[in-house]
Design a protein around this ligand. Structure first.
Ligand code: PGA
Length: 249
């Protein structure tokens, strides 16, 4: 299995001075004590280029939080995958539940964006996850299987990662039980293997939703957990680094 990936999703947080300071703190810390995992930070578009510069050669990669499905054109306000790549990003989060809910993104749109990311040389990190109502109805596996079927483009397994993020665990401080996480990750692994064969075995399946230093070790030790997508805790250098230090060596 590849090393675990700890990815920070800064969401719509980060101005230039504190954002650069946070990236600089990560750079210094990993130079002194390299973590047992791959590290990625996904700041807002406005900071992608600056962070790519600050983190160049540090081993900490930079990613975007969304991209358009087209490479260029009349799409006011959008940013394309080649633009992210050009700014120094190597990955992009796609289909986050906040975009699915707040921007009405469909599985088909996420799939097209992921294909564009792959074509531009970016690793797509595709988010899936059920709402609380769907879990209470016992529909979590069906919901996530449908999202995977609809959102993952052909060729995804070459470079992509999946992030299982139950919507009800994001930013709430609530997390599924370890057994619930393990069950969902096992289901996602089976789905990837059925669709992509042997290549599906190498796809990292991240867990996301209220990951923090106090629960990271237990979550990252679970079978089929290939890392974490971290929101709130990625905005505090020492918390993000503590989560990274908890990765499976
Ligand atoms: P959280 O966010 O860690 O703040 O729950 C995770 C995410 O939305 O990716």
């Amino acid at each position: 299995m590849p090393r675990q990936l700890i990815a920070g999703n800064w969401k719509m947080n980060g101005l230039s001075v504190p954002g650069t300071r946070l990236a600089g703190a990560l750079r210094e810390a990993v130079a002194t004590a390299p973590p047992p995992c791959d590290l990625l930070v996904c700041p807002p578009f406005t900071l992608v280029g600056r962070l790519a510069h600050v983190l160049l050669g540090s081993g900490v990669a930079v990613g975007g939080q969304d991209c358009h499905a087209e490479a260029a054109g009349a799409h006011t306000g959008d940013v394309s995958a080649p633009m992210l790549r050009d700014a120094g990003a190597t990955a992009v989060i796609l289909g986050h539940s906040e975009r699915r809910a707040g921007h009405g993104e469909t599985d088909g749109q996420v799939r097209a964006k992921a294909a564009a990311a792959l074509a531009a040389g970016l690793a797509p990190i595709i988010c899936v996850g059920e709402t609380l109502a769907e879990r209470e109805a016992g529909r979590q596996e069906a919901v996530v299987a449908a999202q995977l079927a609809g959102s993952l483009p052909d060729g995804f397994a070459v470079a992509g990662a999946v992030a299982y993020e139950p919507v009800w665990a994001i930013g709430t401080g609530k997390t599924p039980t370890e057994a619930e996480i393990a069950a969902m990750h096992a289901m996602i692994r089976r789905t990837l293997a059925a669709r992509f064969g042997a290549a599906g075995a190498g796809v990292r399946i991240l867990y996301g939703g209220s990951v923090k230093p106090s629960n990271a070790k237990a979550i990252l030790a679970l079978p089929e957990v290939g890392g974490a997508l971290v929101g709130g805790a990625s905005l505090v250098a020492e918390d993000f680094l503590a989560i990274a230090a908890a990765a499976r060596a």
